[in-house]
Write a protein that binds this ligand. Structure first.
Ligand SMILES: Cc1ncc(COP(=O)(O)O)c(C=O)c1O
Length: 480
């Protein structure tokens, strides 16, 4: 199947077609945006022609009654929920709005410690008290395992008044949790479950992939269409179903966290992506499954590199992992004596393959329905070639180049001196954007060791000077 040439008629991108028709209708634009769709003056590389505002016939994102309601209803039917809201400010705004809609100031929330920064921001903005559940780290691969439903049940039992449970599933590395069991634990006390499924917009469209969180019992979920589906960056959806979610509250909060001037280019991209899923989803995901199965068979002979839960890493089970998204290719570089960053550099420099993320010990590559047939073959070829090299032909550890974006030695030393103090800002590796030390937590020796290890592996760390602001060690948080 050729996914690169899409027959526009077949997917019937209603919003885009409507915008195009409007652009050629000859209307004189005496309104914003200021570019006036003047591609004669500005060139047509950027989509000025279809970049309009809430003109008559184009509905209003914050009060959907027409063409945008059609988009939202299509999303709800595809994802199996009651309400869906298109998002043009990424999954981030959906998480901020969902948390605010489901809590009141001062509430306690049970949240996975490996939640994304946006959830930490929501907790801070909404004045919530977080109770963390920390998924175990898999010693073999260094990635966080699934959230244990029993830990959630335990945290709820210890905090019976808690307002909300928040987890991430799938994670950046594609680790899926048992959403049904976690939902059951939360629902036994009438507590809603919000799942950050930013990395899982593509799940549930074929049996090869795990199910959508919202179909598994989550009350609210956020999916970033732009991450794993054919949609422009920032396109996402907030999904919800009753009875523990009040849609009016979610709509209100989305109006707080989303722009009041939503981009119709992005809205058209959301609409088009959904129509493509509706008309050709099964066919596209079956083709992707074929490519991934062929990839897995090809990398079965890897010796030192190890693809987690596939190829040579498929055997032996994976305790603590409930499920995996097969669209994420996580390759552990440890066995080859490389850091994740070094493996990513080799793939980039020698094989012209740009991966999604490099952590201390592994790289993450993303496969989607829009991959060309040969992309995964090229990745398999490159991994096999690197794997076959003698250790002397690989970057020598100890002689690693300083990586741009890494912390300065002075910053690390200052942080080391601050062990025992309270961090004023989150210190996080980005990606994935999960705090190693969250604001308000004591800077421990263990965390410091992990930060030094990540820095030595060339992982980009954010928040280092900020964590020590104020009296030289810590800064009071705004909510204090
Ligand atoms: C787990 C997770 N949740 C949420 C987000 C935010 O999503 P977005 O980039 O669509 O705002 C990210 C971004 O990388 C993420 O990794």
């Amino acid at each position: 199947m050729e996914v690169t040439k899409i027959d526009r008629e077949n997917i019937g991108g209603a919003l885009y077609e409507r915008l195009s028709a409007y652009a050629s209708s000859g209307m004189i634009p005496m309104h914003v945006p200021g570019h006036k769709r003047n591609s004669g003056m500005l060139g047509d590389e950027l989509p000025y022609g279809v970049d309009v505002t809430e003109l008559p016939g184009f509905d209003n994102l914050h009060d959907m009654r027409g063409v945008l309601r059609d988009t939202a209803e299509l999303a709800a039917s595809l994802y199996g929920c009651t309400w869906a809201f298109p998002l043009v400010n990424g999954g981030t705004c959906g998480l901020l709005a969902s948390v605010r809609a489901l809590t009141s100031r001062g509430d306690t929330v049970v949240m996975a410690r490996n939640c994304h920064m946006s959830v930490y921001s929501a907790v801070e903005l909404c004045g919530l008290r977080p109770v963390y559940i920390t998924p175990e780290t898999d010693a073999d691969s260094g990635i966080a395992r699934s959230v244990n439903p029993e830990s959630v049940a335990g945290a709820i039992a210890d905090n019976p008044g808690c307002a909300l449970v928040i987890i991430t599933s799938p994670t950046y590395e594609g680790v899926v949790s048992d959403v049904a069991a976690i939902a059951e634990a939360a629902h036994s006390r009438s507590i809603p479950l919000l799942v950050d499924a930013a990395h899982g917009a593509h799940l549930g469209f074929s049996d090869y992939f795990p199910a959508q969180a919202i179909r598994e019992g989550a009350d609210a979920a956020v999916v970033s269409l732009h991450k794993t589906l054919p949609a422009l960056t920032q396109c996402a959806l907030a999904l919800a179903r009753g009875p523990l979610v009040e849609p009016g509250a979610l709509r209100r909060e989305l109006a707080v966290f989303q722009t009041s001037s939503p981009s119709y280019v992005l809205l058209a991209s959301i609409d088009r992506c959904l129509r493509l899923l509706a008309s050709r989803g099964k066919e596209m995901f079956d083709a992707l499954e074929g490519r991934l199965r062929r990839f897995d068979a090809r990398i079965a002979s890897l010796g030192r590199l190890r693809a987690i839960r596939r190829g040579n890493g498929a055997a032996g089970g994976a305790p603590g992992f409930y499920g995996f998204d097969p669209g994420k290719i996580v390759v552990s570089a440890r066995g080859a004596g490389l850091t994740g960053r070094e493996l990513a550099e080799l793939l980039r420099a020698e094989f012209r393959i740009e991966t999604e993320m490099a952590a201390a010990d592994y790289v993450v590559a993303v496969a989607t329905v829009c991959d060309e047939e040969w992309y995964l073959d090229a990745l398999a070829d490159a991994l096999l070639a690197i794997d076959a090299r003698a250790p002397s032909a690989l970057p020598a550890s100890g002689a690693r180049a300083r990586v741009r974006g890494g912390p300065e030695d002075g910053e690390l030393a200052a942080l080391g001196d601050a062990v025992g103090a309270v961090a004023a800002e989150h210190i996080r590796a980005y990606p994935p954007g999960t705090p190693i030390i969250a604001a308000g937590e004591v800077i421990s020796e263990d965390a410091m060791r992990e930060i030094r290890r990540l820095a030595a592996a060339g992982v980009t760390l954010q928040g280092l000077p900020g964590a020590l602001r104020g009296d030289g060690k810590t800064r009071k948080r705004r909510s204090d």
